[in-house]
Structure formats: structure tokens, C-alpha cells
Design a protein around this ligand. Structure first.
Ligand code: NAD
Length: 265
């Protein structure tokens, strides 16, 4: 399978090229960067500190789509929409990891996906997607005697809290209980808070060091506690998940798929 990477010199772009190069049965068909980037014309292998692979960074995304079976895009919203139009025109698989798409952008992506198979996910880690599904199921099985608390830890550069993934886990737990998260959440506690209300979904945020992302969902009852934990130690997990999505989408009908579809959750 020929897989191309748009935005190939980004933090994720490099991880994605590594993931394609080490995936069995996959060939790196090329990589693009923004016109004017100083890496245009450089060999993709040399860019990664490897041996040359004989393909160079280009600014011609249309040519990359034509030469690929699938393209993986972790760039920026405007670029992703342009790439989605190209994938639609040529009927090629597109895997989108770009975050920050506005509602209208998502609608345009869905429109493009009527002409080609596309997988779009805010988190491509297989483990995190499994954790979401397990959280929803566990919350549906365990009743309100089990207090749900979500604990996350990230590196000291992170600027938002709780993390988007922690909130996603909260939404999954709320779905399992058939309630709206924002009617039961408690995003932080301080001072004299009173006793914990039944049915609350609480969040606790830790920050420090170089932690890539740890998440634990606790179901705590009198007498027992169930804990579901995921720990990411490298961004490579997102790249591996994206390559898995590209392989899964090959040969499928046009449509907008999620990581839950890819993993059969
Ligand atoms: P980055 O800034 O390091 O990389 C983005 C790259 O895209 C840059 O090299 C940039 O030059 C390139 N680019 C922008 N416009 C382009 C265009 N028109 N043509 C070609 N290249 C173009 O950012 P990053 O940390 O790699 O993250 C990229 C995106 O992926 C962000 O939206 C981030 O939130 C998202 N992300 C998603 C997941 C996930 O699992 N879904 C995981 C990590 C990051």
C-alpha cells in the first residue's frame, strides 16, 4: 500500500513517516510541506536521519494524492480541507488527525467523505479509544453506588485542564449512565466542598515533568474500586494508529469513519 504524508516535516509528520517505513506491506509514496518551506527538495529518509529513500519533500499535494493509495494528514484545518477536496476528487483514502476543526470545517470534511473513504479522529491512540469504549461500558454496568473520578497527568507545558481526552472520557462515562456530562461534572475541588453528591463525575488534574499523557477512570464504591488506566509514553502511538486506520479504510466504501469504526468498538 502506497501511503503519502502531507505536512511531513511536522512533529507528527515525522512520526508518521517513521510509522509508514516500519509498517509491513506499506511504502512511503512521498511527503509534502508548505510551499516555501526550506525542506522542499530534501530526501525524506535524510529528513529522518535515515538512509536516503529516493523520494523528496514536495509542495505539490495533488501529485502526492495521485501517487498514493492513502494520504495521512496531521497539519492544520485550512490545509486539511484542501487535502479533503483532493482526496474526494481522486477517490483516495484520507486519514485526518488535525484538531481544531470548526463545526463548518467538519461539515465540509463530511461532504468530501461522500466521495472517498476518510477516517477522522481527535486521538488516534488505539489504547485511548479502547479506554473510551471500556469506560462507557463499565459506566453502563456499574450503578450510581460507584463514584466516577477521572485523574489525568500531563507535562508542565500543557496549558488546558482537564485534558481534552479526560473530558472525552467523562463524556463516555456520562453516555454509559445516560446523562449529560455538564449536568454532573465537577472539574476541580477546593476548600469546604461538602460531601460528594451521588452521580457526580469528578476530575483531578496533575501537571509535571515530561509526562506525555496518563489517564485513569476510577469507579469507587464501598468495598471495592475498579480502575481503568492508559499511559502514553510516545507520540508514536498516534502515528501507528493512523497507519492502522489507513490500512483499514483501503477498499471500503466512501464515508466518514472514526477510530471506533477502525477498531470495531
Ligand atoms: P506541527 O506544527 O509540528 O506540524 C504541522 C505540519 O504541517 C508543519 O510541518 C506544517 O508546515 C505542515 N503544514 C501546514 N500546512 C500545510 C500545507 N498546506 N501543506 C503541507 N504541509 C502543511 O504540529 P503537530 O504537533 O505535528 O500537530 C499537527 C496536528 O495534529 C495538530 O492539529 C495536532 O493537534 C494534531 N494531533 C492529533 C493527534 C491525534 O491523535 N489525532 C495527535 C497529535 C497531534
Amino acid at each position: 500500500m502506497r501511503i503519502g504524508i502531507v505536512g511531513c516535516n511536522g512533529r507528527m509528520g515525522r512520526m508518521l513517516m517513521e510509522a509508514v517505513l516500519s509498517a509491513e506491506g506499506c511504502r512511503l509514496s512521498g511527503g509534502t510541506e508548505r510551499a516555501g518551506s526550506d525542506v522542499i527538495g530534501r530526501d525524506l529518509g535524510l529528513l529522518l536521519g535515515r538512509d536516503p529513500v529516493g523520494a523528496v519533500v514536495s509542495a505539490d499535494a495533488e501529485a502526492l494524492f495521485a501517487a498514493s493509495d492513502a494520504v495521512i494528514d496531521f497539519t492544520a484545518p485550512a490545509a486539511t480541507l484542501a487535502h479533503a477536496a483532493m482526496a474526494a476528487k481522486l477517490g483516495k483514502v484520507l486519514v485526518v488527525g488535525t484538531t481544531g476543526l470548526a463545526k463548518e470545517d467538519e461539515a465540509r470534511l463530511a461532504e468530501a467523505a461522500r466521495s472517498a473513504p476518510m477516517v477522522y479522529a481527535p486521538n488516534f491512540s488505539v489504547g485511548v479509544n479502547l479506554l473510551m469504549a471500556l469506560t462507557e461500558r463499565t459506566a453502563a454496568i456499574l450503578d450510581q453506588d460507584y463514584d466516577i473520578e477521572i485523574v489525568e497527568m500531563h507535562h508542565h507545558h500543557k496549558v488546558d485542564a482537564p485534558s481534552g481526552t479526560a473530558l472525552g472520557l467523562g463524556r463516555a462515562a456520562a453516555r454509559g449512565r445516560q446523562v449529560a456530562l455538564d449536568s454532573v461534572w465537577c472539574k476541580s475541588r477546593d476548600g469546604h466542598t461538602g460531601a460528594r453528591p451521588k452521580g457526580e463525575i469528578g476530575f483531578a488534574t496533575l501537571r509535571g515533568g515530561d509526562v506525555v499523557g496518563d489517564h485513569t477512570v476510577m469507579f469507587a464504591a464501598d468495598g471495592e474500586r475498579v480502575e481503568l488506566t492508559h499511559k502514553a509514553s510516545s507520540r508514536a502511538v498516534f502515528a501507528k494508529g493512523a497507519v492502522r486506520a489507513a490500512r483499514w479504510a483501503a477498499g471500503r466504501p466512501a464515508g466518514l469513519y472514526s477510530m471506533r469504526d477502525v477498531l470495531g468498538l
